[in-house]
Design a protein around this ligand. Structure first.
Ligand code: ARG
Ligand code: ZN
Length: 852
């Protein structure tokens, strides 16, 4: 049964205090919860508690055990009628962490205890109102075997510790801040700890610690450095200071997502903690920096102020992604960061918006809450905050945020509460703007331009349309802010921001005597997350590459040309890439070589995920082949440049920062082109680059290139890599990933049969199944259906073990309706088989929505 936003009612009780006691054993952990409860709602309201996979051992109110007739126990919880107005409820339950393969609630990873409670995992730990608007104070007391689990962590502030009988010990933690249950966390085990301190702006010294596997402490240095920079940035940018004396991070190998912002005890997928030059790529370093920041920033946007209900998820996620993107932009290059964010948005969120799983940033209904952690809620949610800031201006935005923090600290609130703060500080009305939260689908803005040489009048007509999405056919015009400019051929310009709020808008400009036709620059810096439809002739597009002053639009002009070319090649309307066009792209790349990170982005052609959206029906196999053809042509033009860039070997000590990473990005982009070039010597060149590489970034780029070729060089490199890294699971994920990302169904079958393939480890499953189904569309969407069958097989098995994982993989099918007829028929048949299979609730929700 679907949950509706409009059904919200407040919880009729307040939980004033929660005292939890854990007697930790892998197979049978005893959890005692003392809840101090006070009625706040109707006198006859029953006390309803969520609970799942719990074995109730005892239950008492104010010390008196309850007879079975006093409560109703079901699969999903516990209901008590006729409870007093104020009382203490004590329950004892038994749970089995070692059998918890869903990785939700309390589970074991690498022989240690850890938790994941967002969104609804706490109910798998104890009976509780597991909803974000019930906030309480928690204390935790854990007991465990001292030798196996010497470190015992939970939220808040550490308290008493000591030994008890049988070689066991205990630790107490007390969290002074009220929080919802989804922010509860506990970790117990033996770790290596990387420690540091941070002094806050008011002079408080915070003890910081990153807990990792034995022997991995050195690889936690970058995560720690990122944490300290995040703490500083939030003070400087938002005036937000940390609010506890300790901040702990724990890395776990088995984790369903990236990381989790539990109060004072962030738990991370180890992929987003561990890094060093030899084992991690620059992309890994970047991801660690941004995810550490993201989770830290949640302390204010998520924890101190949380969501009233899960429909408001974007309130914390969209806002926090926006904050982490700006942090990364400040740490690195702002334009490069912007381009990367948009690449991701277009490849993932635009695809979601265009398919059967489309939903609004704040959905109004859901079948399974785990399936709402989407690109739309996160990434489009972040874009909406970006537009808000652009409309308000930096200063007013900050005033609104200050008011939000001030007014709602300690509360669980809604998007309306958030916007009320900005309306108050600005005097503006954001009613129309908030359609971004309720209308799904990517708005399309078409542009018509005219120029009258006599009157020197430029006219630009904009028309907007929001495509229909499931359950939403008639859309209202959105408020679309767009930065625009007119640019003359000397690069002079006039810049402004248009608030486009009707279906149609015409802007006219009278230019002074002697003016030539200017370039019209629209949606600069990708102001709004829209699809711009513009019919520009080739000459104007080329002029745009030369004259654009906005780096995003300059890059996008190259992308637009490359997209058209790949589409033409894939449809057979053109046999070979146009020489002049390839020249122009090559010139843009070499022309940007003093900013290698930007040059790398120019050399990266749009990938199939993005091209997919440009033409329906889409033929991923043809698109992939056409893309490779254009890459080969581009390599032909850049050969000398590539030789000289790849020929340089760096003598500097490795540094993960933006400057060196930019240089390596250009090298890896050129390695990618070399791999696609089809040149005879490519295999040998790649193998020697592979052997010469002194860092994982370049090693992996060469390996990826080799993985896509046939022949001895490929086998040599893959065998060498496997032998070297067999005991490092994160690096082995890369080994699986490059093969899955370039191979076909037979490759996937082989990888899934490898002794190191492990259905219980989400990273490993994703390194095969998601790398194939989500990043290798030509392989996955093979017209004979082989790609679907091999992924179906993995999903059916994975879903039994871990429903969240199964459901996430299934989203790869979201585009099936847009495919060419052969693949489409195979995809549909596969979805129908899946529909008939015995899937988890999470997975069944995706399949039924995908089939519509
Ligand atoms: N709040 C976490 C983050 O974005 C992610 C939690 C994911 N939970 C889920 N059920 N998908 O940082
Ligand atoms: Zn988040």
């Amino acid at each position: 049964v679907a949950v509706q936003l409009s059904d919200y009612t407040a919880y009729p009780f307040e939980i004033e205090q929660v005292d939890l006691r854990f007697d930790l054993h892998p197979d049978a952990t005893l959890v005692r919860a003392d809840l101090k409860i006070r009625r706040t709602g109707a006198a006859d309201a029953a006390l309803e508690l969520d609970g799942e996979a719990l074995e109730l051992k005892s239950i008492a109110i104010d010390g008196a055990p309850l007879p079975e007739s006093a409560y109703e126990l079901t699969e999903s919880g516990l209901t008590l009628q006729d409870v007093p107005n104020a009382f203490t409820l004590v329950t004892e339950v038994e749970i089995a962490p070692s059998k918890n393969t869903a990785l939700s609630g309390l589970y074991m990873s690498g022989g240690r205890f850890c938790t994941q409670c967002e969104a609804i995992g706490f109910r798998r730990i104890t009976f509780y109102p597991d909803r974000p608007d019930v906030m309480s104070r928690f204390t935790v007391r854990m007991t465990a075997d001292k030798e196996t689990y010497p470190i015992l962590l939970s939220n808040g502030t550490p308290g008493e510790t000591g030994d008890v009988d049988d070689g066991r010990h205990f630790a107490v933690w007390d969290d002074p801040h009220k929080k919802p249950a989804y922010l509860f966390a506990l970790c117990a085990g033996d770790y290596d700890v990387y420690r540091d301190q941070f002094t806050t702006m008011s002079g408080k010294v915070i003890d910081l610690a990153v807990h990792v596997d034995k022997g991995d402490a050195d690889r936690a240095a970058w995560a720690m450095d990122s944490l300290k920079r995040s703490m500083k940035w939030d003070e400087e940018t938002y005036g937000r200071e940390y609010d506890l004396g300790v901040f702990n991070i724990v890395a776990v190998r088995d984790f369903n997502f990236g990381a989790m912002e539990n109060k004072g005890l962030n738990i991370f997928n180890s992929a987003y903690v561990l890094a060093d030059e030899a084992s991690a790529t620059d992309a890994d370093f970047e991801a660690i920096e941004s995810i550490v920041a993201h989770e830290y920033f949640h302390n204010w946007t998520g924890n101190r102020i949380t969501c009233r209900d899960w429909f408001q998820l974007c309130l914390k996620e969209g806002l926090t992604v926006f904050r982490d993107q700006n942090f990364s932009a400040d740490m690195r290059s702002r334009p490069v960061q912007r381009i990367k964010d948009v690449i991701r948005l277009r490849a993932r969120q635009f695809a979601e918006d265009a398919g059967p799983l489309a939903h609004s940033v704040r959905p109004e209904t859901y079948g399974a809450i785990d399936n709402l952690y989407t690109a739309t809620v996160y990434e489009k949610g972040a874009e909406v905050i970006g537009m808000l800031r652009r409309i308000l201006g930096e200063e007013t935005y900050r005033k609104g945020m200050d008011l939000y923090f001030d007014r709602h600290d300690g509360q669980a609130v809604t998007i309306e509460d958030f916007y009320a703060c900005f309306e108050e500080v600005s005097g503006d009305d954001f009613t129309q703007f908030r359609l971004w939260y309720s209308q799904a689908g990517t708005p399309e803005v078409s542009v018509e331009e005219s120029w009258n040489p006599e009157t020197r009048e430029v006219a630009v007509t904009l028309k907007q349309r929001v495509p229909a999405t499931p359950g939403q056919t008639n859309k209202k015009p959105m408020l679309i802010p767009m930065e625009m400019a007119l640019i003359d051929d000397e690069g002079n310009m006039a810049e402004w921001i248009t608030l486009f709020e009707d279906e149609e808008l015409t802007l006219t400009f009278d230019l002074p005597e002697g003016s030539e036709r200017p370039l019209v620059s629209i949606n600069r810096d990708f102001t709004a997350p829209i699809r711009l439809k513009r019919n520009l002739d080739r000459e104007t597009q080329l002029a745009m590459i030369r004259l654009e002053t906005d780096p995003f639009n300059q890059w996008d002009a190259v992308q637009a040309l490359a997209k058209q070319e790949i589409l033409a090649l894939s449809e057979g309307s053109q046999a070979e890439p146009d020489d002049a066009l390839v020249d122009a792209i090559a010139a843009a790349v070499t022309g940007a070589s003093d900013d290698p990170a930007f040059a790398a982005l120019l050399a990266r052609l749009p990938d199939v995920n993005e091209l997919f959206l440009e033409r329906q029906p889409a033929d991923p196999v043809a698109l992939d082949a056409a893309r490779k053809k254009l890459q080969a042509a581009l390599y032909g033009k850049l050969r000398q440049f590539a030789d000289s860039v790849l020929g340089e070997s760096s003598t500097q000590a490795y540094d993960p920062g933006a400057e060196q990473a930019g240089e390596r990005a250009l090298r890896t982009a050129l390695i990618g082109l070399l791999a696609a070039s089809g040149a005879d010597e490519a295999g040998d060149r790649l193998l020697s680059l592979y052997k010469a590489a002194t860092n994982m970034t370049e090693k992996l780029a060469a390996l990826r290139g080799l993985a896509g070729l046939d022949g001895e060089a490929r086998e040599t490199a893959l065998a060498d890599f496997e032998a070297e890294w067999t005991s490092n699971p994160l690096v082995m994920d890369k080994w699986f990933g490059v093969q899955a990302g370039t191979g076909d169904a037979a490759t996937i079958e082989k990888l899934a049969a490898h002794s190191a393939f492990d259905l219980r480890n989400p990273n490993r499953v994703r390194s095969v199944a998601a790398a194939f189904a989500m990043q290798n569309l030509a392989g996955f969407h093979a017209p004979d259906g082989s790609g679907y069958r091999v992924v179906e097989d993995i999903i059916l098995k994975a879903d039994k073990v871990n429903p969240a994982l199964g459901a996430r993989l299934l989203t790869a099918f979201e585009q099936w309706r847009s495919l060419e007829p052969k693949a489409k028929a195979e995809a549909e048949a596969c979805l129908r088989r899946l529909q008939a299979a015995d899937l988890s609730k999470n997975s069944a929700d995706i399949v039924s929505r995908a089939l519509g």
